[in-house]
Structures are given as structure tokens and as C-alpha cells.
Design a protein around this ligand. Structure first.
Ligand code: GLN
Length: 470
């Protein structure tokens, strides 16, 4: 069911929001009792959600009575905000993030906080202190990460959810779970109230069951926020009628660097089929080059850990979360951080402090910033000739739980196609376009020019309409 279907239920009087919300909690509770629970939620907001649902009477609001799940690194006042970490396992938010205020104003009902890789570091949801999330299509596989709980919950329980995307954490799990996932232009959606991972790359965005629903949620959560110094003061809304227009004559770029091996054959076949669909819709297919693509992962794994090591310095057991008892202040820090953070987070903090340390700063961090400019320039040049760029979202479909957890490089490579959009700050999204022979969803990524979410949604809408993915 999509947003429109819920609205029809409510407006026709067939069901009241409180009944719908109650059913969702029953489904989650019964799944929790199953043999292999999805484990998509870290905490539920049952009482408050039911209470809010019981008083809804204005159905003109865009999300009136619509249930939504929120990634556990976004602050919802009064609720746990653990970031999937032991160190914040008892932390309750004292304010609403900008996006949460917007959702509440729009009438949405927040169901609960979704499971995620610890501090959003990961591509499989296996680094969560609260245990892995399972993929709804095959419960022995990962849902992708880091927003795996948000992606899985949209397949199984709620029509929409929020995630955060620093290097692919919305798009890659969207692809693995067969849902729509959107990372807007950097600055479109306020990061106020999002626990920072890598501030120059982080963006909040929606998961949904359809392109239209994702656009509706994007319209609700975007906009200028004086509380975020990187928030853009520009009209952000996409026109829902415009995204339904045809794509005749639109120029679609295919970057040759994204098809040079390493992609699973079935994924490549799926993408090629979509390219044929685009041709049938009379879009113009243009071969393009993004020559610095091969440096994107390396650049990301310097910039993101550098920013993370700085952002995570605040978690010292004094101001937030769990504090370990020790005799001295330094011992308290050491014990709290030593026991509070998991292995992957520690790895990132060590890489980050290393590349920022005196003597290595120029060699690593500064070089990475220069390559970042080159990657951004690649896109600038490419967008002189095309309106959107498409690629696979991930080189593979969902992999098995445990398959990559001990091999960080292979895990990092699952974001090889998504990372560049964060480095450049452009909007990008993933939609499901088919399945492989194991019936696992395949996702296609659509990227557009800075601030041109509308064209991105339009191409996605047309592809969705003409794909046989169910
Ligand atoms: N998988 C990438 C990482 O581990 C991206 C994470 C994200 O987008 N939050 O850093």
C-alpha cells in the first residue's frame, strides 16, 4: 500500500489511522516472535503513535495518519537515539530533528526507530550493537546498510521511512531490499538533529514503495533551516505532476567507468534492460566518462573517517550515553570509548586520526580534498551534455550475512557506485528494476545535476512505470 491507498482508506472511513497503526505494531510483534525476525527496529513508539493516531482529524495534510519509521541516528524527542551503538544505548533525544518537526507538522505517525550499522558505518547492517537486520526477501542475507532497518521496514511494515546517506547508506539498502531510496542534493535537507558521521557528506532522505511517495516525503522534509549552516535557502519542492511527464529527448549518460568489470553479470543484464526501456521511451542515451571514478572509494575512506574521528570525539561518557566507571578522568574516557564503540567504528576513528595527524595531513587529507574537487569537476563536465546519469546502485545483489564482515575492503567496495554522488554533493536515488535468478532485487541508480531532483524523479518514475518489478 502506498500513501494514496492509506489516504483513501481514511477518507472513505473504511479504516481509522489508529486501526492501521495498531495493525502495524501487531505485525512487528508477530515478526519478532518468528524464527528469524527481521530485527528492523531498535525501539518502538507504540503508546505515543497510537495516541497521536487517535486524534487525527485533518486529512488535508500531506502525510496525515501515514506511518513512518525513522533511522536511529535521527533525534525524535523523548525517544532512544542509539545510532546502533552501545555507547548511546541509553541515550534519549531531548529535541526533534528538523525533519522530524516537518514530519509531525505533515501529520505523519512515527512508529519507531530503525536498526542501523553502528554510527552509520557499514554496508550490511551487521555492525549494529543490536544485532544484524535480515533481508525480507531472504532472511539469511543482509538488507544492505547502513540504513538496513529503514529499508527492510518499508518492505514489511510501513509505507515510508527515513534513512541517512553518507556514501550510499540509503541507495544500497534500497537496492538490496527492492524499494525506492533517495539521497537529495547536499544541503537540501537539514542535518539538524542527525547525529553526524561525516558532516560534508551526510544527507537525510526517504525510503518508499514508489517514486511518487518518495517525492512526497522529500517535499515534506526538505527546505531551509537556519540551524544547519549548510542548509540551502532555495525552493526544494518537486512538482508531482512534472515527474509524471514523459522523458522524450532527455539525455541519459552512461559512464563507461561504471561498467568496466566487477559487476555481477545479472546486475549488468538488468541495467542494460533498463537502458533499452529508456530508449523505447525516446530518451537519448549518451556515452560519457567520469575519469576520476577509480579514486572515489579511496577518497571517501580518507574524508569520511577524518570527519568521523572529529565528530565522534564528543562521545566520552561525560555528556552522552553510557559511562564506564573508572578512577581517573582519562581512565573513564578510555574505558567508556573502549567498551562503547564496536570494531568498525574504532577502525574508522583510527584511520581518521591518522590521516589528520601532523605530518600525514598533507599526504592524505589534503590530497583527498583535491581529488574530491576533480571528482566534482567530472560531474560538472558530464552534466554539460546530459540531464541524468545512470548506473547500477551496487555491483551485486544482497549478500549472505557473515559473508563480508571480516573483509573490510570487499565491504567498502559494495558502495563503489554510490560514493561519488556524496563526494560531489549531487542528488541520487535507487529504484528496483528487476530480480536476479535467486529472486533478489536489482537496483538502478539515477543521478542528476545539483538541485535538479525533479528530473531525477521524472526518470525514476518513467522507469518504474515501465518496469515489471513487483
Ligand atoms: N557504507 C559506507 C560506509 O561504511 C557508507 C555509509 C553511509 O552512507 N552512511 O561508510
Amino acid at each position: 500500500m502506498n500513501i494514496k491507498d492509506y489516504k483513501e482508506l481514511y477518507l472513505s472511513g473504511e479504516k481509522r489511522p489508529i486501526e492501521v497503526i495498531d495493525e502495524i505494531f501487531k505485525n512487528i510483534e508477530s515478526d519478532n516472535k518468528s524464527e528469524k525476525p527481521l530485527n528492523a527496529f531498535i525501539s518502538l513508539r507504540k503508546e505515543k503513535a497510537l495516541e497521536e493516531a487517535s486524534v487525527i482529524n485533518d486529512f488535508s495534510k500531506p502525510l496525515a495518519g501515514i506511518p513512518i519509521a525513522v533511522k536511529d541516528n535521527i533525534n525524535v524527542e523523548g525517544e532512544l537515539t542509539t545510532c546502533g551503538s552501545r555507547i548511546l544505548s541509553n541515550y534519549r533525544a531531548i529535541f526533534d530533528a528538523f525533519v522530524i518537526k516537518k514530519l509531525k507538522d505533515a501529520g505523519a505517525i512515527i512508529i519507531g526507530k530503525t536498526n542501523m550499522d553502528e554510527f552509520a558505518m557499514g554496508s550490511s547492517n551487521e555492525t549494529s550493537y543490536f544485532g544484524p537486520v535480515r533481508n525480507p526477501h531472504d532472511r539469511d542475507r543482509v538488507p544492505g546498510g547502513s540504513s538496513g532497518g529503514s529499508a527492510a521496514s518499508v518492505i514489511s511494515f510501513v509505507p515510508i521511512s527515513l534513512g541517512s546517506d553518507t556514501g550510499g547508506s540509503i541507495r544500497q539498502p534500497a537496492s538490496f531490499c527492492g524499494v525506492v531510496g533517495v539521497k537529495p542534493t547536499y544541503g537540501r535537507v537539514s542535518r539538524f538533529g542527525l547525529v553526524a558521521f561525516a558532516s560534508s557528506l551526510d544527507q537525510i532522505g526517504p525510503f518508499a514503495r514508489s517514486v511518487e511517495d518518495a517525492a512526497i516525503v522529500y517535499n515534506v522534509i526538505g527546505g531551509h533551516d537556519p540551524m544547519d549552516s549548510t542548509s540551502l535557502n532555495k525552493d526544494h519542492e518537486v512538482n508531482i505532476d512534472n515527474i509524471k511527464k514523459d522523458i522524450k529527448g532527455l539525455r541519459v549518460g552512461i559512464p563507461k567507468e561504471y561498467f568496466t568489470g566487477g559487476i555481477n553479470e545479472e546486475v549488468e543484464k538488468g541495467i542494460k534492460k533498463s537502458i533499452e526501456v529508456l530508449k523505447e521511451l525516446e530518451a537519448k542515451i549518451v556515452d560519457i566518462s567520469l575519469p576520476h571514478t577509480e579514486y572515489a572509494v579511496a577518497t571517501y575512506y580518507i574524508i569520511a573517517p577524518a570527519e568521523a574521528s572529529s565528530n565522534l570525539a564528543r562521545f566520552d561518557g561525560i555528556r552522552y550515553g553510557v559511562r564506564e566507571k573508572a578512577d581517573t578522568l582519562i581512565e573513564t574516557y578510555k574505558k567508556t570509548r573502549g567498551n562503547g564503540f564496536g570494531k568498525e567504528v574504532k577502525r574508522r576513528i583510527m584511520i581518521g586520526t591518522y590521516v589528520l595527524s601532523s605530518g600525514y595531513y598533507d599526504a592524505y587529507y589534503l590530497s583527498a580534498q583535491k581529488v574530491r574537487t576533480l571528482i566534482r569537476d567530472d560531474f560538472k563536465k558530464a552534466f554539460d551534455n546530459v540531464d541524468v546519469i545512470i548506473s547500477p546502485t551496487s555491483p551485486t545483489t544482497a549478500f549472505k550475512i557473515g559473508e563480508k564482515i571480516d573483509d573490510p575492503i570487499s565491504m567498502y567496495l559494495s558502495d563503489i557506485f554510490t560514493i561519488s554522488a556524496n563526494i560531489a554533493g549531487i542528488p541520487a536515488m535507487s529504484i528496483p528494476i528487476g530480480r536476479d535468478s535467486k529472486k533478489l532485487p536489482i537496483g538502478i541508480q539515477i543521478m542528476s545535476k545539483w538541485l535538479d531532483e525533479e528530473t531525477m524523479f521524472r526518470v525514476a518514475y518513467n522507469l518504474e512505470k515501465n518496469s515489471d518489478y513487483k
